[in-house]
Design a protein around this ligand. Structure first.
Ligand code: DC
Length: 228
């Protein structure tokens, strides 16, 4: 039996990358890795230890403490996906707050952070049969991935999706803060020096501003089937 392929999904924040990635992993029985969760968990660690906040960032302290950060995914059968654990503690809910979203781009611009996480991600892909989503998967983590997708959508559509997600889980947030965060993160993620968010030359672009999940999924499955 074939070992499966590597599917790399990159793109702007809240473009539905993880929704598509989870559906693909389920259909093809692949492992799904949400690399954004890993950057968020490192950010949560930095926040808990007062290395980073709204107006300060002690990069050196974070860098010298990276060895104390252990990240792991544990599959939750009820939810149907793997949850993020930071030093043995389930942080799946805490890493999705607006506060973490407001700090994560600063933390993920640090080269030492990226080197640690990219190395861990590459090990996860050794067995293939993997769907990984993030910002640099097709360009840096798996430049030889068999299928690369690049997701985009209008900022307004993306902020609306994120706003709904946060409201549905009971967070009190303002739409304008979410819109600002989505645009600001894209700006920082795309302009940072180390591995900026960009479309790999051989990635297929999907603008899903006006495309439902089913249509996207069907189109992407046809691409996967061709690669397999
Ligand atoms: O996918 P997400 O929105 O949960 O990602 C959170 C942040 O993590 C994103 O704004 C940038 C950073 N990130 C990154 O730099 N590289 C990745 N491969 C994944 C995420």
């Amino acid at each position: 039996m074939s070992k499966g392929i590597i599917i790399a999904i990159d793109g702007f924040s809240s473009t539905g990358k993880s929704t598509i990635a989870k559906l693909l992993a389920e259909k093809y029985n692949y492992i799904y890795v949400d690399t954004g969760a890993m950057y968020r968990a490192v950010t949560l660690y930095a926040k808990q230890n007062d290395f980073v906040g709204k107006d300060f960032f002690d990069e050196e302290k974070l860098i010298s403490n990276l060895k104390n950060i252990s990240l792991s995914f544990h599959f939750n059968a009820d939810l149907g996906f793997a949850e993020m654990f930071l030093n043995g503690v389930n942080v799946e809910k805490e890493i999705r707050t607006l506060e973490v979203s407001q700090l994560v781009s600063k933390v993920s611009a640090i080269s030492e952070v990226r080197r640690k996480l990219v190395a861990e991600q590459q090990i996860m892909g050794e067995d293939n049969g993997i769907v990984m989503d993030g910002r640099d998967i097709g360009t840096v983590v798996f430049p030889k991935a068999e299928l690369k997708l690049f997701m985009t959508a209008s900022a307004d559509k993306r902020a609306t999706r994120r706003y709904k997600e946060l409201i549905d889980r009971g967070d009190k947030v303002d739409f304008k803060d979410i819109l600002f965060n989505v645009e600001e993160r894209d700006r920082i993620d795309s302009t940072r020096e180390d591995s900026p968010l960009m479309k790999a030359e051989d990635a297929i672009e999907f603008d899903n501003s006006d495309m439902g999940i089913k249509e996207q999924f069907d189109r992407i499955c046809a691409l996967v089937d061709r690669r397999i």
